[in-house]
Design a protein. Structure first.
Length: 930
């Protein structure tokens, strides 16, 4: 194997203890989501099913598997060197976030579990996980409990964010699809969700199944725990010790909600926060306000490409990738949180926009901050946590020292700004930076480190400087003296042997077990010359190897031993002093916490400004309106991720939505014409605006939305074992339950996963409901031309995406221009005609299209239940719809790219389907026979 990462170390073999280990290991409980690592000092091993999994996942071969206990039927085992172990840990706990991990230490048959972690609880492995890699996610653990209040489903959710030391809990009524639960878990960014372990009957209930589904859909690991961990007997006592205020009474709002507090007890137990003394008295608790942020469900997140997907061609494919312009790991983490928690409060949004505007209009400030002060800044948040736990090293303190010295320069950069938002920048950043760096705080922190750390020796070694402590000073002086004696003795020996110091003879280290001592070394050639003297009794040979002979004499040996003893005392003193310095430095942890939060925010917002100003076309600050303003007007709007792709010349489009005129928009047009892109870019603009960013438009007026719902295609429902049609039904039902007049609904191609007439019925019924009952702005992209007949009090606007057919070549060109009015119905036939399609089919299509014009009142009869028995009128409408769908499908075939045989085959397949459907649609049957 060429990759050094993939070199598997050798497991030493000892048959007796191997057999004992195999027996002991096989008695452990088996769980496919748990990986047990065994610390074998220089490397790690995994066994059993874990071994095969690690071999396949990381080595990409099972050839590295060795079988313990003799034959090939023994216990599989795989070893990992330190680098691969860290890579595997990151994959298991952070990237896939689907496993928990345990570490065992010991030897032979005596092994003890010493550490464990899971995606919501990384603490025990944080050092290995993020030694060389930025921490890009906040690991949040949640607990969830379902109850029934007077028959209604009520959900309690609590969360623990160990990084930010935040606890929160809430309790709310939910529907049978658990839409609110899904939205809250997503807002929190929960990586792991604790659920009660139910008895068989309860576990198999439909609600328990759906909740497990919701957790999985939110990409969180579900961890079942016995009901007792949800017990609240010790909750108040625990909170008394954990909370910053120590005042449990002020949290009655949480405690009087039984499901919220039960979930809180469970998440505290799960996160083991009580066991970490350094965290006591430092946690905050708040009743989580589920209405504080815009709600996005999984489908909307996917439709708007909010987070990076593994399949993305490049970073700017997702909003996260596009907007991730911050310089620090802290800004990257904050962006993930903000994208899950878009704001709904107008004042808060305006403040973020003000700051972005200040950065956008002052390129010097942006440049100074981003390129001089923020670039290369360490992850202050993570270092602060290490500091607080007294786990920081001198190297970590030096990183904080360098960060601290940049704060006054950042302050100065803000003070030099004199734009209209100067006051806001001053109060939000400059004043706070000044306060953090004053004589009582970080200036003092810097003084401490300047006095304590030997800055001259950095980066070779990190040591406490001798002048910091008189004992250390004494030991240092003594050490220097003995070192001088040793040098003198070495010179004397060189003279005695007739050799030249540092040329033909060298002073070196001789290692014995864990200690090293001073000695002399000469090459084999020199050794031959001085062998007689060496053997005279005055010298002692320590080691003879190819590269030379190491030796000493009595005085040198004594001096070297003295040096060893002093060095030991010196190191011990160093160690004690480092602990002392770290302890004192830890008293500044709270100041650093504040600085970390502030730096993350300014970095992210400066990054938003950079994005806005450096995009192919600059973004604009949106005018935000209250939620009831009934206006969403985007002029010359683009999809920021699509326009950022290489080789795309993006065509901007307007989307003016106004209640009473154009609140419900139906967008028609052939495949690949740009319908999805158009409706998604509206959702993206609203989301970006409420996160605090500018938007890819020339002008934008946006009434704040409480929720974005999106249904776009069938998604991954096959994976969940639900039929496409059922999945669409379920997801759409969730919109109907969850949307309010203040939401934004985006629907793309509803009804694709079913027969045309079911799909059309569903689309019609949903449109009616959205218009009549909910009254939210809706964008509906569809192939069902009949939807253009919709009418409603909110105002329906029909739009279509323009395409052009070149009469000479028959080639179809997409213009991507969205214009008023419904799509030209005869379009399909034009396509067919120009594409040299089988003439009998084109003829038929022409005739039928003319006949179809008679169906002037399409689909009026579709009500709430699309599957109910059809009346004659409905049947006629369905037949018309089916025939039109045929024409649409027909026109959508990429004929210009097909071989004639393939084109004929596909056309015949479509026609066959049409005939099959006609068997149960008398009107369609008559038309075809016509
Ligand atoms: N306004 C635009 N300017 C430039 N290119 C665009 C524009 N809109 C869409 N495109 C390009 O066209 C492709 C197809 O767009 P889109 O998926 O939105 O079409 P569609 O009408 O929804 O298709 P379908 O009906 O098959 O889902 C996009 O991947 C994009 O590359």
């Amino acid at each position: 194997m060429e990759d050094p990462l993939l070199e598997a170390p050798e497991l030493s073999k000892d048959d007796r203890s191997d057999n004992g280990f195999v027996k002991w290991f096989k008695a452990l409980s088996q769980d496919s989501t748990l990986v047990r690592f065994f610390d074998r000092k220089d490397f790690y091993s995994v066994h059993g099913e874990n071994a095969l999994f690690i071999a396949r996942t990381f080595y990409k071969t099972t050839a590295v598997v060795k079988y313990m206990g003799g034959s090939a039927t023994g216990l599989p085992g795989v070893t990992l060197n330190k680098n691969l172990f860290e890579t595997a840990l990151r994959h298991l706990l952070v990237e896939s976030a689907e496993y928990s991990v345990q570490m065992f230490e010991g030897s032979g048959t005596q092994w003890r579990k010493t550490r464990q972690a899971s995606p919501g609880k990384l603490g025990a492995f944080e050092e290995e996980l993020f030694r060389n890699v930025d921490m890009t996610d906040v690991p949040v653990a949640a607990a969830l409990l379902l109850g029934y209040t007077e028959g209604a489903r009520t959900v309690g959710i609590a969360f623990a964010d160990a990084a930010g030391r935040r606890l929160g809990a809430c309790e709310f009524a939910d529907d049978e699809y658990f839409c609110s639960t899904e939205a809250v878990l997503l807002q929190l960014g929960a990586k792991e969700v604790v659920l009660p372990k139910e008895n068989d009957a309860a576990a198999q209930s439909a609600d328990a199944g759906r909740l497990r589904d919701v957790v999985a859909r939110c990409n969180a690991l579900g961890s079942e725990r016995p009901r007792v961990v949800f017990g609240t007997r010790n909750l108040e006592q625990d909170l008394g010790r954990l909370l910053r205020s120590g005042n449990v009474e002020q949290h009655r709002d949480v405690l009087e909600r039984p499901l919220a507090s039960a979930a809180l007890a469970a998440v505290i137990a799960f996160s083991e926060v009580m066991a970490v003394d350094s965290g006591h008295g430092k946690w905050g608790l708040a009743l989580y306000d589920t209405g504080r942020y815009m709600r996005l469900d999984v489908a909307a997140q996917r439709a708007l490409n909010v987070m990076k997907q593994r399949t993305d061609a490049n970073d700017s494919f997702s909003l996260y990738g596009l907007m991730n312009k911050g310089r620090t790991a802290m800004a990257k983490r904050l962006l993930k949180v903000w994208l899950k928690q878009p704001l709904v409060d107008l004042t808060e949004i305006t403040e973020r926009h003000d700051i972005v505007e200040a950065f956008a209009e002052d390129p010097t400030l942006r440049e100074r901050l981003r390129n001089l002060h923020l670039r290369g800044l360490p992850d202050i948040e993570r270092l602060t946590r290490k500091l607080e736990r007294k786990k920081a090293t001198l190297a970590d303190l030096c990183q904080l020292y360098r960060a601290s010295s940049r704060l006054p320069m950042m302050e100065e950069a803000f003070r030099d700004h004199d734009g209209p938002h100067a006051q806001l920048l001053a109060t939000r950043y400059a004043d706070k930076l000044a306060a953090a760096h004053d004589d009582e705080h970080l200036a003092k922190f810097e003084e401490l480190l300047e006095a304590a750390i030997d800055l001259d020796r950095i980066p070779d070694e990190y040591l406490i400087c001798a002048s910091y402590d008189s004992d250390l000073q004494g030991l240092r002086e003594e050490k220097d003296k003995v070192e001088a004696t040793i040098n003198k003795l070495a010179e004397d020996a060189a003279d005695d042997l007739g050799l030249i110091m540092d040329k033909t003879i060298k002073l070196e280290w001789h290692k014995v077990a864990n200690t090293r001592t001073r000695c002399l070394r000469i090459t084999q050639t020199e050794e031959k010359k001085v062998r007689k003297k060496l053997q005279s009794g005055r010298y002692m040979t320590l080691e003879t190897r190819k590269d030379g002979t190491k030796f000493t004499n009595r005085q040198l040996k004594e001096a070297a031993e003295r040096l060893q003893a002093i060095s030991r005392s010196y190191d011990q003193r160093q160690h004690a002093l480092v602990e002392q310095v770290v302890s004192v430095a830890a008293t500044f942890a709270e100041v650093w916490e504040g600085v970390a939060g502030m730096v993350a925010e300014m970095d992210l917002l400066a990054g938003f400004a950079e994005l806005a100003m450096c995009a192919p076309l600059p973004y604009v600050r949106p005018t935000m309106l209250p939620a009831d303003a009934s206006e969403l007007k985007l002029t010359a709007c683009r999809h920021p991720c699509v326009e950022a792709q290489d080789g795309v010349e993006f065509i901007a489009n307007d989307c003016h939505m106004e209640r009473g005129k154009s609140w419900f928009q139906v967008i028609t047009g052939p495949n690949m014409a740009g319908k999805s892109t158009y409706i998604r870019q509206v959702g993206v603009a609203v989301l970006m605006a409420q996160v605090g960013c500018f938007v890819a438009c020339e002008h934008a007026r946006i009434a704040v939305r409480d929720c974005i719902f999106a249904r776009v295609g069938a998604g991954d429902c096959q994976l969940r074992g639900i039929s496409t049609f059922m999945a669409e039904m379920l997801e759409t039902a969730a919109i109907l339950k969850g949307a309010s007049s203040k939401s934004l609904v985006i629907i793309d191609e509803l009804g694709r996963g079913t027969s045309t007439y079911d799909g059309f019925g569903l689309a019609w019924a949903i449109s009616e409901h959205l218009m009549q009952e909910i009254g939210c702005p809706t964008l509906f992209a569809t192939h069902f031309h009949e939807l253009t007949a919709l009418q409603g009090p909110v105002g329906v606007a029909n739009k279509h995406v323009e395409t052009a057919i070149d009469e000479a070549s028959g080639k179809l060109t997409m213009l991507y221009q969205v214009t008023e009015g419904a799509c030209d119905q005869s379009f399909g036939i034009h396509v067919a005609e120009f594409a040299r399609f089988p003439p009998e089919v084109v003829e038929l299509a022409k005739r039928k299209a003319a006949e179809l014009e008679d169906f002037s009142a399409p689909a009026q009869g579709f009500g709430q239940d699309a599957k109910r028995a059809c009346t004659d009128e409905e049947e006629a409408a369905q037949s018309a719809a089916r025939a039109r769908a045929f024409l649409q499908e027909f026109s959508a075939l990429p004929l210009d790219k097909m071989e004639p045989e393939e084109a004929t085959a596909q056309a015949q397949a479509l026609y066959k389907q049409l005939l099959a459907d006609a068997a149960r649609m008398p009107t369609l049957q008559r038309l075809l026979e016509g």
